[in-house]
Design a protein around this ligand. Structure first.
Ligand code: ADP
Length: 464
């Protein structure tokens, strides 16, 4: 039978030694008693009493000695187990002055050093983590098996994952992107990579991914570091610019082509027919006006885009601003006998913002309301507030907007009815300018409309 307990082994050793000593002593004593007293009874009774008491003493002594020897060893075994579990505060205290004390002292000092190293490495990790938190790029560090060891908040946001979910997982588990996993695998073989990738989850993003192997002093690869530069905004901007340029060119071409055709007709002889000449010149005038509206709207948009970061923060009384807009639009409204009013309101409706920009937004909305309302209609401006927002609504009794078009009317160059828009001098840019201004002011704009009955545009802006 194999005995595993060190204490039992020691006890058996002590007992064996004690028994040999007892047997030897008893034999010697028996011989002595036999020769000295010549009595066998005395010999046997002495043997019995001596053996019994010696065995009891031997058992107690061996138990005590084995305990004294094995307790420190057990303490050290317990300590090593605790260190293995990450508890570096456990120590062995031995009072004896022997090799076991040396062993315990060495073990204690080794644990101290391990604890210091552990604290140092935790501090290093915390430093790296806090540095990575401020980095503009997303960063992921993996070990030699491609398992994530470190990830910064930017990368977590990019992949829409919670911090506790990421550590110990592979890049494919958090990104669901095979190309990215391929890059990490090539990097673990020693390659440096650089690629532009599209991430589709949780949101579509275009990112520039750069990977690099991490090597130890022996040049062996122990992990990878990957950085992610989010290029989505730049890409979208480039796409939007391309679309905008194409749209502007298209919109400019139409009136210019009309003017050219009209001028050519005049030159070809229409100038000699006063009636025709008059008509063609009026058409040229209309097309030129259209061009002017278009160029003004394009200029407004470009001014807004270039002043995005420097919006003035003026104290604006919205009722006063609405009255000024009404003043400016009065002639346009009265030409169509449209009633244009700012509804009576008792409370003061104020916001902080750029007066000229808010004026432009409200003017565009009132302009549309008049443009798309038939004669003798009504256009009303209403102002109200809640705890945090000021509201301005412009409602009309006009032609209304089909339900399917409402979500698109704020897009650049989107018009519901091209012929009607052209006729009224529309450019398709007015509402996109309004939206741009309101969003620059951290506000929102909503459109409600019933076809044939009228529309209601509601702007909400933060009071502060
Ligand atoms: P436009 O210069 O053509 O008016 P906008 O960007 O201002 O361009 O408006 C986009 C489209 O939304 C218009 O073509 C028009 O069909 C529709 N629209 C805007 N405001 C109104 C309104 N008050 N009533 C009906 N339709 C409107």
């Amino acid at each position: 039978m194999k005995i595993k307990s060190i204490r039992l082994k020691a006890a058996i050793n002590f007992i064996a030694i004690s028994l040999i000593s007892i047997v030897t002593t008893v034999v010697v004593l028996s011989i002595f008693i036999h020769y000295r007293f010549q009595s066998l009874t005395l010999v046997w009774s002495s043997i019995f009493i001596l053996t019994l008491s010696a065995v009891v003493v031997a058992l107690c002594a061996s138990w005590y000695l084995s305990k004294r020897m094995t307790t420190p060893i057990n303490q050290m075994i317990e300590m090593v187990r605790k260190v293995g579990e990450g508890d570096f505060d456990h120590r062995v205290i031995i009072t004896s002055d022997d090799e076991l004390k040396d062993l315990a002292d060495n073990l204690n000092s080794m644990t101290n050093q391990l604890k210091e190293r552990m604290i140092e490495s935790q501090e290093e990790r915390a430093k790296v983590k806090s540095m990575l938190a401020d980095v503009a790029d997303g960063v992921i560090v993996t070990d030699s098996e491609g398992k994530i060891q470190l990830i910064n908040p930017k990368a977590e946001r990019l992949f829409g994952v919670e911090p506790e979910y990421t550590l110990g997982r592979t890049v494919i588990e958090i990104s669901q992107n095979y190309q990215m996993q391929d890059l990490i695998e090539s990097t673990l073989k020693g390659e440096r990579t650089k690629r532009e990738l599209e991430i589709s989850f949780p949101r579509r993003k275009i990112v520039k991914v750069k990977t690099r192997p991490l090597r130890g002093p022996d040049k062996k690869i122990f992990g990878t570091i990957t950085t992610f530069d989010d290029l989505t905004k730049v890409h979208n901007l480039i796409e939007a610019r391309k679309d905008f340029t194409a749209n502007v060119s298209h919109e400019l071409r139409t009136p210019i082509a009309s003017i050219k055709a009209l001028a050519e007709s005049l030159l070809a002889g229409a100038k000699d027919d006063p009636k025709k000449a008059q008509q063609f010149l009026e058409d040229i005038n209309t097309e030129t006006e259209r061009l002017t509206f278009l160029i003004n709207d394009i200029l407004d948009l470009s001014r807004l885009e270039s002043s995005e970061s420097q919006i003035r923060k003026e104290d604006i009384d919205l009722a006063d601003l609405a009255l000024r807009v009404v003043e400016r639009m009065r002639t346009m409204a009265s030409k169509k006998s449209i009633e244009l009013i700012v509804e009576d309101q008792s409370e003061l409706v104020r916001i902080k913002g750029d007066y000229d920009q808010i004026m432009l937004a409200v003017s565009n909305l009132v302009n549309n309301a008049i443009k798309y309302t038939p004669e003798k209609g009504k256009v009303r401006i209403k102002l109200y507030t809640d705890e945090k927002h000021s509201f301005l609504s412009i409602s009309d009794t006009g032609i209304g907007i089909p339900k399917k078009d409402i979500p698109r009317i704020f897009e650049r160059f989107y018009v519901v009815d091209r012929a009607r828009s052209r006729e009224s001098g529309g450019t398709g840019l007015g509402l996109s300018i309004v939206k741009h201004i309101i969003e620059n002011h951290r506000g929102k704009i909503k459109a409600k409309s019933t076809l044939g009955k009228g529309s209601d545009f509601i702007i909400s802006l933060p009071k502060k």
